[in-house]
Design a protein around this ligand. Structure first.
Ligand code: AQP
Length: 342
């Protein structure tokens, strides 16, 4: 059994630079990253997972821009490079090196059961990249190369984190060691699953072909207001309690977004507006709140993006600091596996 107490409490998480940051990424992940950065006794590492992004085609110029924009988003949202290690995944080669070991630990059947694989590969799985199939083994390596004990993520990543635990347990078992921690997922907050504005059954996603389905962190006030005005809802007004939202995915999503932005509960939002309030009244209030919360972040992102060399310098520094933790863990892994010269 793994003794959790022997591992330094350490947080690792990442976001793919596979498009512009969305409100889903912000509420489901980044906001929690910032809170954890300020919790005492926790070391925090946050990365831009560019190796994950290329599991589906990325235009090279867009990948470069999206990576810098994501770094700017991290800082604009409140991550501080003096407190957290911020870096780009590909600049720490130990991630890919450990991922290869994990490719040899994980089983094909485990990967084939991942819902993200099924969703993204769809009916065309013969034509999907091998990287997309192996994605969860790389994610396990991202986490375990730092012996991270806690991983804040949105609800959609829960299954991948369970697989990370399975890989750690199988490695520890196969080699008769107690080397990798059994990491805890941190799926917390009012909006661990922000849904598409066009379809309440789909999550809000950077790569959704419809820009109207999401709020991008770089959207201006007019775009935010337009997207919320056009967001799909049903004809009924707001109910008195959250029970009344149970079978109303789109309405529930807008109330949840409001609650997460206002840092309150969905029930409190319903009480504030009152049962019977029409979406014609609620939507402009939501748009106003979203603009109030997001515009300082997008303004700061734009300011930081004016100096890409400074972003690159900050990421290079973060990668050096990350490697100081990762390298000894990789070296020890190679020794455990029996590689000569490790
Ligand atoms: N809609 C969402 N609601 C809550 N959390 C979300 N996250 C993503 N979408 C939502 C969380 O954001 C973190 C980073 O996600 P990611 O970029 O690594 O991958 P993803 O989950 O696949 O996000 P996208 O936006 O859907 O990207 P694409 O379109 O490229 O696949 C994770 O913690 C995730 O849970």
């Amino acid at each position: 059994m793994t003794d959790a107490a022997k591992f330094t409490p350490r947080v690792l998480s990442g976001i793919q630079p596979s498009g512009g940051l969305t409100l889903g990424n912000y509420l489901g992940a980044m906001k929690r990253f910032v809170e954890m950065q300020d919790e005492s006794g926790l070391e925090t590492l946050y990365c831009m997972v560019d190796l994950h992004a290329i599991t589906v085609w990325q235009d090279p110029a867009a990948l470069t821009r999206n990576t810098r924009e994501l770094a700017a988003g991290y800082i604009a949202a409140g991550l501080d490079p003096a407190k957290s290690i911020l870096f780009n995944q590909s600049q720490v080669p130990e991630h890919a090196q450990l991922a290869w070991i994990f490719n040899c630990v994980a089983r094909m059947g485990w990967m084939g059961r991942m819902t993200q694989w099924k969703d993204k590969a769809g009916k065309n799985s013969e034509n999907a990249s091998l990287g997309l199939f192996a994605y969860p083994a790389l994610m396990a390596a991202d986490i375990l190369i730092y012996h991270a004990t806690h991983v804040p993520v949105g609800e959609d990543q829960k299954q991948h984190l369970e697989l990370t635990r399975d890989i750690a347990m199988k490695f520890n078992h196969d080699y008769g060691v107690d080397f990798f921690p059994i990491t805890e997922p941190v799926i917390e907050g009012a909006a661990t699953r922000v849904m598409s504005l066009r379809d309440g059954s789909k999550k809000m996603s950077k790569s959704d072909p419809s820009d109207m389905s999401r709020i991008n962190m770089t959207d201006d006030a007019d775009a935010i207001a337009k997207k919320i005005r056009k967001a799909r809802t049903d004809p009924d007004p707001l109910p008195a309690t959250t029970d009344g939202l149970r079978d109303r995915a789109e309405a529930r999503n807008l109330v949840n977004i409001y609650a997460a932005l206002a840092e309150t509960s969905p029930q409190a939002v319903l009480e504030e507006f009152g049962a019977g309030t029409q979406f014609g009244t609620f939507k402009p209030a939501l748009a106003e709140l979203a603009v109030e919360k997001l515009s300082p972040i997008s303004a700061e992102m734009a300011r930081l993006m004016d100096d890409p060399a400074e972003i690159d310098r900050m990421l290079a520094d973060g990668a050096d600091r990350a490697r100081e933790i990762a390298h000894p863990i990789l070296k020890r892994t190679y020794e455990i596996v029996g590689m000569v010269g490790a």
